[in-house]
Design a protein around this ligand. Structure first.
Ligand code: SAM
Ligand code: TMP
Ligand code: ZN
Length: 413
């Protein structure tokens, strides 16, 4: 958005208030729509811009992408691709098993169970569970682990069916999924129908506080419809008869918060929640000036990254990328990074290999070829998995290779 354009507005998906745009990341492809080489002419695109509601402070996209275009048979993201995330979800499952799932015949429902990375542990414990997963490919992987999966979108209608067939749930859990869902009203009505009187609705998603602190603008893409704060989640919960009772900051995926909601009045809010709400106020997280400053920093990162990549190209250095993340679609397409600046991207996901990244059309290659290829620089698109990837690819740096990062600022390591 230039200074001369009037800011565009949209209706808030939570409260109907006015959402005012604060950042425009241009036209973008679907972030997870990897292409076969033969089919590069007909990519879907939409305008990726983000704004904040002046009434309830929810940060959200200005334009919604139809869910069936994103979540389908070929959805390529496999949650179990990271050892750190496998560990994170095993711990999460064990925590539920020791706390909320200790009654006589407990029941947990997961929204967006993907390949069963969390519910696998619940199944091993023999506890009653159900995963909702509309993307049939990853749902099948979960099923092969013995996880009980319904290949469907969780929403009011499907939640009511589960309530009728299986009874109330003690826990409804979702990781990196609730922020993907613009129709949150239907989700809340579904949880209301399904949850037991003292049950908890727990979800974890990228935190606006971390996005602003790190200038991680690549957390903004089609699938990330909402960017939550404790304040905006508290407000949304209240509108649907729930209460935010606890929060926990998580280091995964570049900084997330796990929100625990209960029926209004059913549980006592924690001191941790009061602390985070006070911290958000002190940081003026959802003040227009804070968001405008963020937008300015995003523009600077784009300029710095392009300047660096162009210099390296002009010096004849070989630059590749690592991690064909959904996030990287925002970076490549907003900055205009194509094969002239970055040769290819290495990624361990079989479903992405041999294909082209959306929009930018960088070829995706298996990581086994990375070491042999001996590039000079590797742009780390999967910066949220930096420790795991840098440890795995130690030989790259030992041989003189350098990692390039752009969050929170463009730099070599
Ligand atoms: N929970 C996993 C994790 O944290 O790694 C998977 C996260 S993945 C980014 C989001 C998942 O949510 C996808 O597998 C997608 O198919 C699923 N999803 C999207 N909308 C959904 C809905 N309404 N109900 C259930 N799952 C949904
Ligand atoms: P994410 O940031 O959305 O979790 O995506 C991470 C991407 O990076 C995913 O496509 C898998 C890939 N990846 C690797 O190629 N090697 C690794 O060691 C890890 C952890 C991820
Ligand atoms: Zn609102």
């Amino acid at each position: 958005m230039t200074e001369h354009q009037a800011p565009s507005t949209a209706a808030c998906r939570i409260c109907g208030g006015t959402v005012t745009q604060f950042l425009d990341l241009g036209r973008q492809p679907l972030s997870d729509a990897f292409l076969d080489e033969a089919r590069t002419g007909d990519e879907f695109s939409y305008r990726l811009a983000v704004g904040m509601c002046g009434r309830c402070t929810m940060v959200q996209l200005m334009e919604e992408v139809p869910r069936k275009l994103m979540f389908h048979e070929d959805y390529p993201y496999h949650s179990s691709g990271s050892a750190v995330m496998r560990e994170h979800f095993a711990k999460t499952a064990k925590r539920f098993l020791e706390t909320e799932l200790t009654g006589s015949d407990p029941f947990i429902v997961e929204i967006g169970c993907n390949d069963g990375v969390m519910l696998g542990t619940v199944r091993e414990a023999g506890v009653r569970h159900l995963g909702f997963e509309p993307s049939a490919g990853v749902a099948e992987v979960a099923r092969a682990k013995g996880v009980r999966v319904r290949t469907d979108f969780f929403e009011e209608r499907t939640a009511r069916e589960v309530r009728a067939a299986d009874g109330p749930a003690d826990v409804v859990y979702a990781a990196n999924t609730i922020c993907h869902i613009p129709y949150l009203d239907s989700i809340f009505r579904g949880v209301d129908a399904l949850l037991s009187p003292r049950g908890v609705f727990v979800f974890e998603d990228p935190y606006l506080g971390d996005v602003l602190e790190k200038t991680s603008f690549d957390q903004i893409y089609d699938e990330h419809f909402f960017l939550f704060t404790a304040r905006s989640v508290r407000e949304a919960a209240r509108r649907f008869g729930f209460e935010l009772v606890d929060v926990e900051r998580l280091p995964v995926h570049g900084g997330e918060v796990r929100y625990t909601l209960a029926r209004a009045g059913a549980r006592t809010p924690t001191a941790e929640l009061a602390r985070l709400l006070a911290d958000e106020d002190a940081r003026a997280l959802t003040e227009p000036a804070t968001l405008a400053a963020f937008a300015g920093s995003v523009g600077r990162i784009r300029n710095d990254l392009l300047a660096l990549l162009r210099r390296l190209r002009d010096e004849g250095r070989r630059v590749v990328a690592y991690g064909a993340t959904a996030k990287s679609a925002t970076v490549t397409n907003f900055c205009g990074i194509g094969t002239d600046l970055v040769e290819c991207v290495y990624d361990s996901t079989h479903a992405k290999q041999g294909r082209l990244t959306p929009g930018a059309h960088l070829p995706v290659r298996p990581p086994e070829e990375f070491a042999a290829d001996r590039p000079d620089f590797a742009l780390l698109f999967a910066w949220n998995h930096a420790a795991e990837i840098m440890a795995k690819e130690r030989a790259f740096r030992d041989a003189g290779g350098r990692w390039l990062l752009y969050v929170p600022a463009v730099r070599e390591v």
